[in-house]
Design a protein around this ligand. Structure first.
Ligand code: ASP
Length: 304
């Protein structure tokens, strides 16, 4: 099975992945050993920068006894000579058992799936989707708040270009979470995603003031303004630094409200917040390892 969009999953499948991921935690921490994916090869193709997604996929594969090959910078591959995505995919498909692809173009992972016989996992396609980030986000929410349904999740930042929040808000609507979207009007959630969320029976609230809505949040999901996706630098300057989560803002929030961020952060979460009980973004980043272990094990048939 290819993993291209969070829409590819049912609630039951997502819950199964999260349950398997929980069992993977000791192996992800290095406390237990596993050879579940021994002899399997991960092809890791990153046409855009990445820290957590690439390294946690590689860590996941290696912790399960598998190996990885690929590139983190297409300049060092035949892409620099003009090779098409289709041809690169055909090759890496022949050398590996699963391909993890990050690409600046929306739809690239779906396209790659047509040229690969082995599964293709979307590790972020432009401003499209980022389904494996969503799985680890859901894992984090479930672990930290003990539920997904019924939580009020406030999502703030760049909702237009932010692929993590496209996937996440769609998934949260499946689970029946309450959603509030906070962004400058020019960076609000695209209509296509709103329509999809509404089709699941959830009516998201829209706001441009974080102060107004943060007090009622159970989860505050902060995102970076995606500078690299702006066609015009002047447009970016208008919204850069639009939101900042700091100690002042946290004065009146719920005691057990959690703050998440897919990272990297720029200025949107003050480092002072890191030391509070609310900050869960580093745990969230670690959770990428057990969740991606579960996904790889399931996709590669290591477990059912
Ligand atoms: N790391 C996330 C992504 O690749 C979020 C971000 O870059 O702001 O989409």
């Amino acid at each position: 099975m290819d993993v291209v969009s969070i829409r590819d999953f049912s609630i039951e499948q997502i819950e199964h992945i999260l349950d398997v991921a929980e069992k993977m935690v000791p192996i992800a921490r290095g406390d237990e050993k596993s050879d579940l994916l021994e002899g399997k090869m991960l092809g890791s193709l990153f046409y855009e920068p990445s820290t957590r997604t690439r390294l946690s996929f590689e860590a996941a594969m290696m912790r399960l006894g598998g190996k990885t090959l690929g590139f983190d910078e297409p300049k060092g591959s035949s892409v620099a000579k003009g090779e098409t995505l289709a041809d690169t995919i055909r090759m890496v498909d022949a050398y590996s058992d699963v391909i993890v692809l990050r690409h600046p173009q929306e739809g690239a992972a779906r396209l790659a799936g047509h040229f690969a016989e082995n599964p293709v996992v979307n590790a972020g396609d432009g401003a499209g989707q980022h389904p494996t980030q969503t799985l680890l986000d859901l894992f984090t929410i479930r672990k930290e708040t003990k539920r997904i349904e019924g939580n009020h999740v406030v999502i703030v930042g760049d909702l237009k270009y932010g692929r993590t929040v496209h996937s996440l808000s769609e998934a949260l609507s499946m689970f029946g979470a309450k959603l509030t979207f906070v962004a400058p009007p020019s960076l609000q959630m695209p209509k296509e995603h709103i329509r999809h969320i509404e089709s699941r029976g959830i009516k998201p609230s829209i706001s441009s003031s974080l102060e107004e809505v943060v007090k009622d949040a159970d989860v505050l999901y902060v995102t970076r303004i995606q500078k690299e996706r702006f066609p015009d630098a002047a447009e970016y300057q208008k919204v850069a630094g639009a939101y900042k989560v700091n100690m002042e803002m946290l004065k009146d929030v719920k005691k057990d409200m959690i703050i998440m961020h897919p990272l990297p952060r720029v200025t949107e979460v003050d480092p002072e917040v890191d030391g509070t009980e609310h900050a869960k973004y580093f745990e969230q980043a670690f959770n990428g390892v057990p969740v991606r272990m579960a996904l790889l094990a399931l996709v590669l048939g290591g477990i059912q």
